[in-house]
Design a protein around this ligand. Sequence first.
Ligand code: GDP
Ligand code: K
Ligand code: MG
Length: 272
Amino acid sequence: MANTFIGLAGNPNCGKTTLFNELTGSNGYVGNWPGVTVEKKQAVWRADKDVTFVDLPGIYSLSPYTPEEVVSRDYVVNERPDALIDLVDVTNLERNLYLTTQLLEAGRPVVVGLNMCDLLKERGDVVDTAALAERLGCPVQEVSALHNTNVDELVKKAVEAGKRGVPTTGAKCFSPEVETALSKIAEAISGQCDEQLSRWYSIKVFERDAEAIAPLHLSAEQLAAIEPVIKAVEEARDDDSESIITSDRYDWIAQTMEACVKKAPKKLTTSE
Ligand code: GDP
Ligand code: K
Ligand code: MG
């Protein structure tokens, strides 16, 4: 049986190391990612040696601004693990979902693990995981890495998703004028990237992320033809394209919080 590779991604302090150690007994190999002093850990699942976990650095975004972000996006886009587990600190869901929206666009099957659900229960907050799964377009599993709750269920979902091999298509987080531009860009670059990465690269072209789109080898003519498509949205929104993408993500996340999270009523405190 072929080995299944699962990348573990998430924000710093979401519990990734705890999960990794729980799943692997830290039997693994520790080294650095090529060319950078960013730690790379890889180890097999205790329950099935044919499943290998690759621990990605803790990051808030897949943008190209830190070595940790670059390592993570190179791994996801170029090495193409069979599936990704996006571990989310559910007590900081709003902040964590920013990375999630980007991972969903990277052309891989994604399963989201809502970690620290023990703390959520203590607070009395409730996340509607079915509604969240619907909005994200991927499976969502509540877990507690610290208490070893539902951790194997999370991995089983990721292994299944990896075997099926159907990438997530990305949350519908962009406004209509951005979507129109992305469709035009996708058409313009079609044939120059793997079909599964069409959306990923369309967004990167829209953001004018030169480093990310270098592998597309777009000609000067192509770039010149695409530029007015980006400019039109920038003029309509009176903002630069990268900020437009970011602010659309934040708007979508705010709506998602509204739709999927019920906060416990504030406890009455005895006052003087
Ligand atoms: P990393 O930065 O993503 O590798 O996060 P760590 O694994 O180092 O975890 C950060 C902190 O969260 C540690 O104090 C963990 O013990 C704690 N932690 C991890 N998972 C859980 C969980 O499911 N519940 C609770 N209550 N704490 C957790
Ligand atoms: K840490
Ligand atoms: Mg860690």
